[in-house]
Design a binder for this molecule. Structure first.
Ligand code: PLP
Length: 392
């Protein structure tokens, strides 16, 4: 059966070139990077070379990169590691990934002042909202670069100006934009930034946290002296080599990938507007510069009082070989509507009938046309069935 993979925000396939770079580190070069013998030194060299490559791509110093087990750990480490004693509080948004929201709620439980702001109308935090929230004080702002459900892009440089003027640190979860948008930490003006390799055609279970030099950071994981005592645990050398290779390829090909994704995204939206226009809401702010290039989020409001079943929508697409998502992968499987769409003001029945298509570098225009055709059939069939049930 035909398979069309449109769930790249959940994960991407491993690039064959990345696998090639990783293989020697899974086979003959198996040493522990902390060992002093030749095999250990070889592994240490690979770890430090990967760090230098990633730092260079972010405009950072190698000593500012801490390797982690992925985006979730990088976010947890940032929030918990940058808000210790004396921190005047955390400001974040209601549309963050759970990897930020859950630690934020845990910090609040532990007695830290935590403010969770609603998003602005485009689905991201606005500098003036953050400035107003910081009137009451604050030590850290955490705000995602692109939302993983809607693709809404935050103007980080503007947020950074607000934070810097008040001596407040800015962390960004750049998991959805790494390798697609420019992520120079100097240009963005951020003090901390989270990455996850499996979102840019690298391996799963590896990520990185950038923390600006001189910023006080307390480790989440304690044990051995790895990562300058900022993250204990034996390094996953092959995964680090893979992440560095994947990020280098993504940055090198970013302009082409972006142009390809924007063309496919616009084709998908225009096609669906032609066949199903008026029956769905577009939750992705597509105006220039406001959205990441790979995401399209739609929701189907009830018609004649009848809601569409989001799970059924996904299952019907799956039967046609189309892999999409109803929200973030971490919440799919749960019946609750997405917290992001609810925070955007969508009624629960509409938010529960949402679809996220996330496009990738290897998708083709033909796959997009197939998806438009299949989704149109599925929606019409489901709506027809609902109407039939009501004897319309
Ligand atoms: N942050 C965002 C915005 C994400 O989209 C994800 C994954 O979906 C994560 C964090 C978690 O990353 P990981 O899967 O590497 O733990």
């Amino acid at each position: 059966m035909r398979r069309v993979y449109l769930d790249h925000a959940a994960t991407t396939p491993l690039d064959a070139r990345v696998l090639e770079a990783m293989l020697p580190w899974l086979k003959e070069h198996f040493g522990n990077a902390s060992s002093v013998h030749a095999l250990g030194r070889k592994a240490r060299f690979a770890v430090e070379e990967s760090r230098e490559r990633i730092a260079g791509l972010l405009g950072a110093e190698p000593s500012e990169i801490i390797f982690t087990s992925g985006g979730t750990e990088a976010d947890n480490a940032a929030l918990k590691g940058l808000t210790r004693e004396g921190c005047k509080g955390l400001v974040t948004s209601a549309v963050e990934h759970e990897a930020v929201l859950r630690p934020a709620i845990a910090l609040r439980r532990d007695g830290h002042p935590v403010t969770i702001l609603p998003p602005g109308p485009q689905g991201c935090l606005l500098p003036e909202q953050v400035a107003a929230a910081l009137e009451a004080g604050g030590g850290l702002v955490s705000c995602m670069h692109a939302n993983n459900e809607t693709g809404a892009l935050t103007d980080l440089a503007a947020l950074a100006a607000v934070c810097r003027a008040r001596g407040v640190l800015l962390h960004t979860d750049a998991v959805q934009t790494a390798g697609l948008m420019g992520l120079n930490v100097q240009t963005l003006g951020v003090d901390a930034l989270s990455l996850s390799a499996h979102k840019f055609y690298g391996p799963k279970g590896v990520g990185a946290l950038y923390v600006r030099g001189g910023v006080d950071f307390h480790p989440l994981m304690e044990g051995g002296a790895q990562e300058r005592r900022r993250r204990a645990g034996t390094e996953n050398v092959a995964a680090l080599v893979g992440m560095a290779e994947a990020l280098a390829l993504a940055c090198h090909e970013a302009a082409d990938r972006r142009a390809h994704l924007v063309a496919l995204r616009d084709r998908l939206v225009a096609g669906l507007q032609a066949t199903l226009g008026g029956t769905f809401l577009l939750n992705t702010p597509l105006t220039a510069g406001n959205a990441a290039p790979h995401l399209v989020n739609l929701a189907f409001p009830p018609q004649d009082g009848q809601a569409l079943d989001g799970e059924m929508l996904l299952l019907n697409l799956d039967l046609a070989g189309i892999c999409a998502s109803s929200g973030s992968a971490c919440t799919s499987g749960a019946i609750e509507p997405s917290h992001v769409l609810l925070a955007l003001g969508l009624p629960p029945e509409t938010a529960a009938a949402a679809l996220r298509f996330s496009l990738g570098k290897d998708n083709t225009p033909d796959e997009i046309d197939y998806t438009i055709d299949q989704l149109t059939q599925v929606v019409n069939r489901m709506r027809g069935r609902e109407s039939g049930r009501r004897g319309l």
